[in-house]
Design a protein around this ligand. Structure first.
Ligand code: DOR
Length: 426
């Protein structure tokens, strides 16, 4: 099977390539352009970005246990529609992904149920209870790409230190959900004037900052790779910057929502704007943007967190945290950051493909010869309005309904096969 992608703007951060050229894929891998070779299919990508397949290093697929919110099948269908060829699946399912057998089972199921690559995360502690370490060595051997308690922190610092050491001896990162539960004390939106007006318990900046500081210190102590998830405060950005300058093994991601929305954008107590960490103050948004531009933050990840309409219709304080993100990340980043020249398209490919791949030690993020042919083709000029009723995710909890955006994923190619193709003309 030979697939040619012609006339596109090829953006390969692994080689610094940014030019119009053709790509050739044979039997699932990139190969040299051979004029004589007969193509089985030709994709004309004129006017489009051709990037290595996007990798979302922070996704909640909810399967097993919460299939009414999302399944492996619907979540990865949303992923390829959103341009992602691989998703890193967090462990907070039911049961929790905390044994080698569960990692193996997920990988087996992914062969038949997933439209893109499924990269499973193992929990740090058994059942995410924060009491006893899981067998991280066995999970790493079974194929866990990283470890995380995402959704909740490990409050016991000594236990976490040992978890970091276990991750280190397996050459894996710990993906860190930095929130101090005592300081959080049931808070559900950014503390301040608006929370007071709405009568909603607030989340102080220190909830995140205290844990960011603690965990950076533990990373320094252990030498383990600490990856901070969804950095949202200006002081956490500053701490990551300082830690990197001090040579500590720390990396970090941010989400499209913490880059674009602040607490001021919340239209009252609307649960589609509720997530952990919460939308912060405008000065935090500025700091997260600066961190993205100056390289303090390594990756953009969605924290795709599907919840049912019924759950999100409960009173604000009782609704679960999280918003869906797989189908809106590309247009949001193109509209807010690429078209505005805050970042280049090549940097977008670095932040959404090459860097996340490297952070989890997965050999994607490249269009280089011989690599597995994962490709995302995006028309950056296609303009439309985000309509949640068109999502293929099972859940619709998004704050972006009705938002005008640019940038449509036209093709998502996984291992040389077209896993998603945009057919509509709107
Ligand atoms: O908003 C969030 N939702 N943040 C998290 O860290 C967890 C996630 C979820 O699982 O719903």
């Amino acid at each position: 099977m030979v697939l040619r992608i012609i006339n596109g703007r090829v953006l390969d951060p692994s080689s610094g390539t940014d030019c119009i050229k053709d790509l050739c894929i044979r039997d699932g891998v990139f190969c040299d352009l051979d004029e004589g070779m007969q193509a089985d299919r030709i994709i004309d990508a004129e006017g489009c970005y051709v990037m290595p397949g996007l990798v979302d290093m922070h996704v909640h697929l909810r399967d097993p246990g919460y299939e009414y919110k999302e399944t492996l099948s619907t979540g990865t269908a949303a992923a390829v529609k959103g341009g992602f060829t691989a998703v890193v699946a967090m462990a907070n399912t039911m049961p929790v992904t905390d044994t080698a057998e569960k990692i193996t089972k997920l990988l087996e199921r992914s062969e038949t149920e997933c439209s893109c690559r499924l990269l499973p995360v193992g929990s740090v502690t058994l059942g995410l209870k924060g009491e006893e370490l899981a067998d991280m060595d066995a999970m790493a051997r079974a194929g866990a790409v990283a470890f995380s308690e995402d959704g909740r922190p490990v409050m016991n610092a000594e236990l976490y230190r040992r978890g970091l050491l276990a991750a280190k001896r397996n050459g894996k990162a710990v993906l860190d959900h930095a929130e101090d539960l005592n300081l959080l004390a049931g808070g559900t939106m950014q503390a301040g004037k608006k929370a007071k007006e709405l009568g909603v318990p607030g989340v102080m900046h220190c909830v995140e900052d205290v844990m960011t500081a603690r965990d950076i210190i533990l990373a320094k102590e252990t030498g383990a790779h600490l990856h901070l998830c969804h950095v949202s405060t200006k002081d956490s950005v500053r701490m990551v910057r300082l830690a990197k300058a001090a040579g500590i093994n720390v990396t970090a991601e941010c989400t499209p929502h913490h880059l674009i929305l602040s607490v001021d954008d919340m239209p009252g107590a609307d649960s589609n704007f509720k997530m952990a960490p919460p939308l912060r103050d405008p000065e935090d948004v500025i700091a997260v943007r600066e961190g993205l531009v100056d390289g303090t933050l390594d990756a953009i990840a969605t924290d795709h967190a599907p919840h049912s309409a019924e759950e999100k219709a409960r009173p604000f304080a009782k609704t679960p945290n999280g918003i869906v993100g797989l189908e809106t990340a590309v247009p949001l980043i193109i509209t807010e950051f690429v078209r505005t020249s805050i970042i280049s398209p090549l940097r977008m490919a670095e932040l959404m493909s090459l860097n996340p791949s490297r952070l989890i030690g997965y050999p994607s993020g490249t269009l280089g010869m011989g690599a597995a042919a994962d490709v995302t083709i995006i028309d950056p000029d296609r303009e439309y309005v985000i309509d949640p009723s068109e999502f293929v995710s099972k859940s619709r909890n998004t704050p972006y309904a009705g938002r005008k955006v640019f940038g449509k994923v036209m093709y998502t190619i996984v291992g040389g096969k077209v896993a998603y193709e945009e057919r509509s003309t709107k």
